[in-house]
Write a protein that binds this ligand. Structure first.
Ligand code: TLP
Length: 345
């Protein structure tokens, strides 16, 4: 197969010619000495965009989340988080290993929960219990289906967190999608949080990179922990240049990805034995179920691969598709044809 239509994730996007040029022309230095002007420029730009005092360039969303958890907590603390959240389920148990925290998982509605649920999860002050320290919110919520976390709910959770002395972290791996879908600015979304991690390597074309944002003293702690896990990079400006380019050029186009996801969902809803509710598609991600076809998700994914379409099985009969920069509207039509063919056969 010459070229796959790759709908497994928006992490597969590659640099555009404009981004390549920006990377090649980057002025770099040794970032462990704090001397890479392009890394510094990216961090300052991101801090301004999200309205935070400081930012730190890190290797990945996982590193951003887990160093934030570590900088907020002490071993034995409890982190209140939604049951399907990435930081608890898909980061190799890092919360336990790196921070010695335990998670208190609360069930969300497609990833979204409210202040009453957080309140019910907060431990009372008693020697038997861990100390509730941090609330993590994922926006958009991956396993929830690319769901936007409503700002009004976040603000209510912030009020509660203030009353009860909890800190708040946002896993904003796809915060850009939430902003484009709602018109809410990154700074408005970030304001209620003590820390935010955002990714440059999802849907924006960057080869690598995420950022952690917060107050200066918090970022200083994260910086030390980044060094501890070997995350100090040297001429990282080549990567940061891609990040600057992405923030300048690749965010507003996400709206197109959202339209592609909706088109895909609407097409899928018309295919026999595919279960999906297109109304639930809010951003660039969708999940569909194939249990009616009496096929496993793995079987469907393998049959689609043979037709040049890559999708991600996420449960026995559930699959995920994510739209992005490197899939065109025409390829969405081709993918739908392939899926229809596979579901018939
Ligand atoms: N998610 C990836 C992989 O886990 C499969 C994906 O394809 O969706 N937070 C959220 C909400 C994420 O979706 C991801 C990546 C991360 C954090 C971690 O980012 P990376 O992969 O850069 O460590």
């Amino acid at each position: 197969m010459d070229r796959f239509i790759d709908l497994r994730s928006d992490t597969v996007t590659k640099p555009t010619p404009g981004m390549h040029k920006a990377m090649l022309e980057a002025v770099v230095g040794d970032d462990v000495f704090g001397e890479d002007p392009t890394v510094n420029a990216l961090q300052e730009k991101a801090a301004r965009l999200l309205g935070k005092e400081a930012a730190l360039f890190v290797a990945s969303g996982t590193m951003g989340n887990q160093l934030s958890v570590k900088a907020h907590t002490q071993p034995g603390d409890e982190v209140i988080i939604e049951a399907g959240a990435h930081a608890m389920n898909f980061e190799a148990g890092a919360g336990a290993v790196l921070s010695g925290v335990q998670f208190c998982a609360i069930p969300g509605s497609r990833g979204v929960f409210d202040a009453a649920q957080v309140e019910a999860a907060i431990r009372v002050d008693d020697v038997h219990f861990p100390v509730s320290r941090l609330v993590v919110i994922e926006n958009t919520h991956n396993r929830g289906g690319g769901t936007v976390f409503p700002l009004s709910k976040i603000l209510q959770i912030r009020d509660l967190a203030n009353q009860r002395g909890l800190r708040m972290h946002m896993d904003g791996a796809r915060l850009w999608n939430a902003c484009v879908a709602t018109g809410i600015s990154p700074a408005e979304y970030a304001a209620p949080f003590d820390s935010v991690s955002v990714c440059l390597s999802k849907a924006l074309g960057c080869p690598v990179g995420s950022l952690v944002l917060g107050a200066k003293d918090f970022i200083k702690r994260v910086h030390r922990f980044r060094k501890m896990v070997g995350g100090g990079m040297r001429q990282a400006g080549y990567l940061a240049a891609a990040g600057i380019y992405a923030l300048d050029h690749q965010i507003s186009r996400l709206e197109e990805d959202h339209r592609k996801a909706l088109k895909l969902a609407q097409g899928l809803a018309d295919i026999k034995n595919v279960l999906i509710n297109p109304v639930e598609v809010e951003t660039n991600m969708l999940f569909f179920d194939v249990s009616r076809a009496e096929r496993t998700a793995q079987e469907v994914a393998a049959a689609l691969r043979a037709k040049g379409v890559l999708v991600l099985p996420t449960a026995k009969t559930r699959l995920r598709c994510v739209t992005h920069l490197d899939v065109s509207f025409a390829e969405i039509d081709q993918a739908l044809q392939a899926i229809e063919g596979v579901m018939k056969g």
